[in-house]
Design a protein around this ligand. Structure first.
Ligand SMILES: [Zn+2]
Length: 264
C-alpha cells in the first residue's frame, strides 16, 4: 500500500510540476485548431493531386491488376488505345480482376474497370460506361466529391493538420479514401451532366454514343440488391434512368448515329 501511495503522490507532484507546460500546450493547441480550419479551407490543387495519387496507388497495389498479357488487359488496352485525355486531363486505364460489377474514374484521369463489368458488357457498352465515368471527371464531380471527403470525412484531422504538404496517411486511411473514390455519391443532376459530358467525350473520340444507352439499359435490367456496386445501384430500376436513356437515345438519333446490333 505504501509504495503505491508514494507512487500516486509522485504522479500528482509530477502533474503539478508540469501544469504550466500543459497550459502552454492547450494554448498552442487552440492556435493549431484555428490553423487547421484555415488550412482546411485552402486545400491546394497540388495537395489534392497528391492525395488522389496516393489513393489510386494504394488501390492499384491492393487490388488484383492482371498483367499485360491477360485477356482483360489486352481488351481494355485495345478499346482505350486512342483515349489519351479528357479535356486535357491525361487518362490511364487498368483492370481490377474482381467480382463487383463496377468501374470508376478518378480526378487525376485514372480509370479503373472491373473484370466482372467487362464480362457482361460488349465493347460499345463498356466504352459507354467508361465515357459516363469520365464525364464525372470532366465535370469535376469526382474532384469535388474527393475534396469534400478530405475536408469533412473521417480523415479531415489527418489531412488538415499538415502544412503545405499532403499528410502521410496510414494504410487504413488510404483504404478509406480509395473507398470514397470508388463509391462517390452523385446527385441525379450530376449523373445527367456526366451522361452529356461522357457523350461528348465518346463522340469527340469517334466512338458511337449508342454504347452508353445500351449499357444503361443492360444495367437497368440487373437486380440491384444490397451488395450492388455504385454503378449497379445508380442504374438498376432507378426512376431517373429511363429519362436518361431517353435523352441519350434522342441525342444519338439527332446526331445521326445508328444503334449497333446487340451482341447475341
Ligand atoms: Zn455516374
Amino acid at each position: 500500500m505504501k509504495r503505491i501511495a508514494t507512487k500516486i503522490f509522485a504522479v500528482i507532484a509530477l502533474l503539478i510540476a508540469t501544469a504550466p507546460v500543459n497550459a502552454q500546450f492547450k494554448i498552442s493547441k487552440a492556435v493549431s485548431a484555428a490553423a487547421k480550419s484555415a488550412q482546411a479551407l485552402t486545400l491546394t490543387d497540388a495537395q489534392m493531386a497528391a492525395y488522389v495519387k496516393e489513393s489510386v496507388d494504394w488501390m492499384d497495389k491492393n487490388n488484383p491488376v492482371p498483367d499485360e498479357n491477360n485477356p482483360y488487359t489486352i481488351r481494355l488496352r485495345k478499346l482505350t488505345a486512342n483515349l489519351k485525355d479528357a479535356d486535357g486531363i491525361p487518362l490511364n486505364f487498368k483492370v481490377y480482376d474482381v467480382i463487383d460489377v463496377n468501374a470508376f474514374a478518378c480526378p487525376d484521369g485514372s480509370v479503373r474497370v472491373f473484370s466482372s463489368l467487362m464480362d457482361i458488357m460488349s465493347d460499345e457498352e463498356l466504352l459507354g460506361v467508361i465515357g459516363h465515368e469520365i464525364g464525372h471527371v470532366t465535370k469535376r464531380h469526382s474532384k469535388n466529391a474527393f475534396k469534400q471527403q478530405l475536408l469533412t470525412g473521417a480523415l479531415k484531422d489527418a489531412v488538415s493538420s499538415t502544412g503545405g504538404v499532403a499528410a502521410q496517411l496510414t494504410e487504413s486511411q488510404l483504404g478509406t479514401l480509395g473507398e470514397s473514390l470508388i463509391n462517390a455519391k452523385y446527385s441525379q443532376k450530376q449523373e445527367s451532366e456526366a451522361d452529356d459530358s461522357g457523350y461528348d467525350f465518346l463522340v469527340k473520340n469517334g466512338i458511337n454514343p449508342w454504347g452508353m444507352v445500351m449499357a444503361f439499359e443492360k444495367l437497368q435490367g440487373m437486380e440491384g440488391g444490397t451488395k450492388a456496386s455504385t454503378v449497379e445501384k445508380m442504374f438498376s430500376s432507378h426512376p431517373e434512368t429511363a429519362k436518361r436513356i431517353k435523352h441519350m437515345s434522342e441525342r444519338a438519333t439527332k446526331d445521326g448515329y445508328t444503334r449497333p446490333e446487340a451482341e447475341k
